[in-house]
Design a protein around this ligand. Sequence first.
Ligand SMILES: [Cu+2]
Length: 372
Amino acid sequence: MGPQRLNRRDWLKLGAAGVAGVSGATLLDLAARGGARGALASVGLLPAAAGHEAPRSAGAPSAHAQEESAGVIGETGPPNGFDPGAFLTDFDYGRVATRADGRTVRRWEIVAVDREIEVAPGVWYPAWTYNGQVPGPTLRCTQGDIVQVEFVNAGSHPHTIHFHGAHPPEMDGVVPLVQPGERFTYEFEAMPFGLHLYHCHTLPLKRHIHKGLYGAFIIDPPRGRAPAREMVMVMNGFDTNFDGDNEVYAVNTAAFYHHQHPIRVGAGDLCRVYLINITEFDPINSFHLHASMFRLFRTGTRLENPELTDTIMMCQGERHVLEFELMYPGMHMFHAHQSEFAELGWMGFFEAVPGLAASEGAPVHEGYGERA
Ligand SMILES: [Cu+2]
């Protein structure tokens, strides 16, 4: 069996058996120590190129907790136009117009294109994308708005956009298949408010989704939600050697990105995470917050009676709105509570900073009454 035939679970077993002489170490744990690079390259997780043993980034936080946890070497950045840090707080309200009957119309153009994306430092994945990025842009509107999405297929395979939420079946994005070079406009009234998603619905579905054709679709309540520091987290994974198993896990594509770049929020500030699971091949994914609890609004479709918890398990396609305040200053880890996913990239930190100005860290959305 050639080394490229190893899947990630084989590798984890080998790691536990003491590969590279580091007994019990996991894959990215080894990476954090700068060891086992050749072995990582052999399973397609790190580049095989010699002379690439970069030290831990000068920009990497020095918090003790981070030094003690897993990580990666090098930086996943925006060289191909996608900045995971910017995506986290980037909400696209579309081009706004008012119809003759007074209704608000929001219009977006989404173009499907094939593109290589970086899913871990130096690890590139041949994705199919909406607008050149994975996840696609976070579309945001208010309940009752008229949504118009002009979809252009500039990719190499037929695609669609299937929106979750309520709309006429002919706007559901299962048919028609939009062939390469063709276009189709989806139009419907945004309802009900909540956290939805959109994704390609072309067969084989798992391949079209896994390749990267998905994004968040937020319908705000008519009067908005309370002002908060708002973030979008799309839990995803990447099968970098096409064996039907993910080798890399993340929120928003880049493994360990928020491990290297903690998300700064004010200690005690209201934080809101729009959390989606679109992970293919694994039945579930999960989110766990350290040193605090969050209020869980399932699917974001109601504003009262949240559940209070610190861990939520989600099937593919599930999405929830999480609200919390980090009362204690310092680093708060968050990650999948499937330990294997966490060790393969799905792990990060919030940094709670006392007195952080509203203009710093994750931006504050004004909530009630705010409309772009
Ligand atoms: Cu597709």
